[in-house]
Design a protein around this ligand. Structure first.
Ligand code: ADP
Ligand code: F6P
Length: 320
C-alpha cells in the first residue's frame, strides 16, 4: 500500500496521540503517504482529512486526548453510510485504514473491511474491556489518575473517620474499579462482572471492620453498576459511619500518557502499519501474554473477556 488513513473513534484515551505518531512515522519509513481523518467516522463520511507528514506529529507523544479529535458517529451503523465512506476513501486514494478506538469502533472497522477497505484496529479505551487483548491503550494512565485521586480522598476520609464511596469510569466493565481498589487498599470493589449484595459485600464488612477498630473505609464502584450516591446513603444509615460519595468523571480520561501507554501505543501503531504494508486488513492488533499479535476482527469481537476474580478476592483479604 502506498496511501493509508488513520482515525481515532469513540471515547478518547491517553496514548491515542502516541499511536497516531507511530502510524504516521512508520508509514513514512515505509514510503507511504498518510492521511489523518478527523472526528472518527464523521471524517470519512465527509472527506474531512489532513495530510500528515512526520513533523505534523511532533510534540504530541506526551499529550492526552487526540489531535485528530474523536466522535461518536451513529450514522456509521447504517450500511449505506459505510458504502459511502468506502467510496470516499477510494476517491482520496486510500488503500488501507488504521482505526484507533474501542470495540464499537472495531465494528465500524469490520464493516469497512467487508466493503473492501482493508482496516486494522488498535485497541484504545480506558475501560480496558476489549476481549481479544490483555491491554488497551489508556488504561494505565487512567489507573494512575484514579489512584492519585483516591489517595487524596483517603487523606480527608481518614481525618474525619468517614467512609468514601468513589465511582470510577467503566461503562460495562469493572477493570478500573478492580485494579485501583487493590492499588488503593479499598475495602470493596463493586463491578458489573460480579453479582453484588449491599449487605454481604459492603455493610457486613464495614461493620466487622468497625469492631476491629477500623473507622475509615473506601468503597470503589464501577460506573456500570452506578448508584454511588444511594450506596453512600445506605452505608451511613446502616453503619452509622458518615459517608460521602465522589464521582470522578472525565478527569479519568485526560492527562499525559504513562510510559506503558506511550510504549504500547508506539508498538501497536507500528504493528498496524506493518500489516497494511503487507496488504493485510480486517485485523485487530492485540497484546496477549506480553506479545504483540493480530487477530481477525470478527473473531476478536466475538471473544469473551473474564474479570480475574482473584483480584477482587485478594482486595478483600488485604483490607482486613
Ligand atoms: P468505542 O469504540 O470506544 O467502543 P463507541 O461504542 O461509541 O466507542 O463506538 C464508536 C463509534 O464506532 C460509533 O460512534 C460508530 O461510529 C461506530 N460504531 C459503533 N458500533 C457500530 C456498529 N455496530 N456498526 C458500525 N459502526 C459502529
Ligand atoms: O469508554 C470510555 C468511557 O470513558 C466509559 O468509561 C464511559 O462510560 C464513557 O466513555 C463516557 O462517555 P462520554 O465521554 O460520551 O460521556
Amino acid at each position: 500500500m502506498k496511501k493509508i488513513g488513520v482515525l481515532t473513534s469513540g471515547g478518547d484515551a491517553p496514548g491515542m496521540n502516541a499511536a497516531i505518531r507511530a502510524v504516521v512515522r512508520t508509514g513514512k519509513y515505509n514510503n507511504m503517504e498518510v492521511l489523518g481523518i478527523r472526528r472518527g467516522y464523521n471524517g470519512l463520511l465527509h472527506s474531512d482529512v489532513v495530510e500528515m507528514g512526520p513533523r505534523s506529529v511532533s510534540d504530541i507523544l506526551h499529550r492526552g486526548g487526540t489531535i485528530l479529535q474523536t466522535a461518536r458517529c451513529l450514522e456509521f451503523k447504517e450500511e449505506a453510510n459505510v458504502i459511502k465512506a468506502v467510496e470516499n476513501a477510494r476517491n482520496l486514494g486510500l488503500e488501507g485504514l488504521v482505526v484507533i478506538g474501542g470495540d464499537g469502533s472495531f465494528r465500524g472497522a469490520r464493516d469497512l473491511s467487508l466493503h473492501g477497505l482493508p482496516t486494522v484496529g488498535i485497541p484504545a479505551t480506558i475501560d480496558n474491556d476489549i476481549s481479544c487483548t490483555d491491554y488497551c491503550i489508556g488504561f494505565d494512565t487512567a489507573l494512575n489518575t484514579v489512584k492519585d485521586a483516591i489517595d487524596k480522598i483517603r487523606d480527608t476520609s481518614q481525618s474525619h473517620d468517614r467512609c468514601s464511596v468513589i465511582e470510577v469510569m467503566g461503562r460495562d466493565a469493572g477493570y478500573i474499579a478492580a485494579y485501583v481498589a487493590l492499588a488503593c487498599g479499598a475495602e470493596a470493589a463493586i463491578v458489573p462482572e460480579a453479582p453484588f449484595d449491599l449487605e454481604r459485600d459492603i455493610i457486613g464488612p464495614i461493620a466487622e471492620g468497625k469492631k476491629r477498630g477500623k473507622e475509615s473505609n473506601l468503597i470503589v464502584v464501577a460506573e456500570g453498576v452506578g448508584g454511588s450516591a444511594e450506596i453512600a446513603k445506605q452505608i451511613e444509615a446502616r453503619t452509622g459511619i458518615e459517608t460521602r460519595a465522589t464521582i470522578l468523571g472525565h478527569v479519568q480520561r485526560g492527562g499525559n500518557p504513562t510510559v506503558q501507554d506511550r510504549v504500547t501505543a508506539s508498538r501497536m501503531g507500528a504493528y498496524a502499519v506493518e500489516l497494511l504494508c503487507r496488504g493485510i486488513g480486517n485485523r485487530i492488533v492485540a497484546k496477549q501474554r506480553d506479545a504483540f499479535v493480530d487477530v481477525d476482527i470478527l473473531e476478536g469481537l466475538n471473544m469473551q473477556k473474564k474479570m480475574d476474580s482473584e483480584l477482587l478476592d485478594l482486595g478483600k483479604i488485604l483490607s482486613i
